[in-house]
Design a binder for this molecule. Structure first.
Ligand code: FES
Length: 317
């Protein structure tokens, strides 16, 4: 994605503890490209980082007056959320991409469960607004560590009414018990965004649901502990280059070290920009782009996060 739209920060406000809502408008006052619920934009920060944020206000408009995102304080931030939380100012000029949607709602899903954990509320809030506009029946379950940490809580109460179920870990002594609540499939589909622990619990609780009825977006990459990482040989067969990928670097790092200019965007296994055909080698898939079937084929990989478990990886580049 190219961040070629010039915007200015039109507003910044706190919408929960450690969560800022940021509004961007076109620098020249022009309308911005519209987007469906579930879409995200990329934001190019002055420190050189590019970060992706779900559009809170994307509900299927052809054009939008503003892009709204919410940014949580991330203790593991590598410079994205910290920069926004500490340095972003109203009036600042930045560049964003046109919206892209990797978390689309299917039009034939007419009764849905929307499930959010923490800052994962951002695409889910947009989906709830879209459902309300389009007459799709929805239940909205939103959880956070405490009520003060759930962004847009007052807006969710108005939007969801008695279809909103909130769950705050500090009041209940732990996370929501999804297995008990989801034993029966009462919806066409569930759309979920939140931390890996919540989505893993959702996967386990819905393994008997109809195929294609569990849709989720992760906002954290699967981590391989450094102690579990192995070095391996990397061959770029068309470029005729070979190197060793150390346990401390990614395949993408190694490709760049070889002097090959290669496209990437998130470096977190989320966007799909760095997908590469695999010619040989056993891939350990750590991305959130490929489906289980695509992973099993072992024909492509996201080189920013995925690794090799067989000692030698040959890529068709
Ligand atoms: S750069 Fe986004 S998936 Fe690799």
């Amino acid at each position: 994605m190219s961040t070629d739209i010039e915007v200015v920060v039109a507003g910044v406000r706190a919408v929960a503890r450690d969560v800022l809502s940021v509004e961007f408008r076109h620098k020249l006052g022009l309308p911005l490209p519209g987007a469906q619920a579930g879409s995200h934009i990329e934001l190019a920060l002055p420190n050189g980082l590019v970060r992706q944020y779900s559009l809170v206000n994307a509900t299927g408009q052809a054009r939008m007056d503003a892009y709204m995102v919410a940014v949580g304080w991330d203790v593991n931030s590598r410079g994205g959320s910290v920069w926004i939380q500490e340095r972003l100012k109203v009036g600042q000029a930045l560049r964003v991409s046109a919206p892209r949607n990797l978390f689309e709602m299917a039009p034939d899903h007419r009764r849905v469960l929307l499930l959010a954990g923490g800052i994962g509320i951002t695409p889910i809030y947009a989906m709830a607004q879209a459902c309300a506009q389009e007459g799709v029946t929805f239940d909205l379950w939103a959880s956070a560590r405490s009520a003060s940490r759930l962004a847009y809580l007052e807006e969710l109460k108005v939007l969801g009414g008695d279809r909103l179920v909130t769950h705050f870990d500090d009041e209940r002594g732990g996370p929501m018990n999804l297995a008990a609540r989801l034993a029966e499939q009462r919806w066409d589909a569930v759309y979920a965004c939140g931390p890996a622990s919540m989505l893993d619990a959702l996967s386990a609780a819905t393994d008997h649901w109809r195929a294609g009825s569990v849709r989720m977006e992760r906002f954290k990459t699967a981590e391989v502990r450094a102690s579990e990482r192995q070095s391996f040989e990397l061959v770029l067969q068309r470029a005729g280059l070979t190197t060793t990928v150390s346990e401390h670097e990614s395949v993408l790092d190694a490709i760049e070290r070889l002097g090959v200019n290669f496209p990437w965007s998130c470096r977190e296994g989320i966007c799909g920009t760095c997908e590469v055909p695999v010619a040989a080698g056993e891939v350990e898939h750590l991305d959130f782009v490929l489906s289980p079937a695509e992973r099993a084929e072992q024909r492509r990989m996201m080189v920013c996060v995925s690794r090799c478990g067989s000692g030698r990886l040959v890529l068709d580049i």
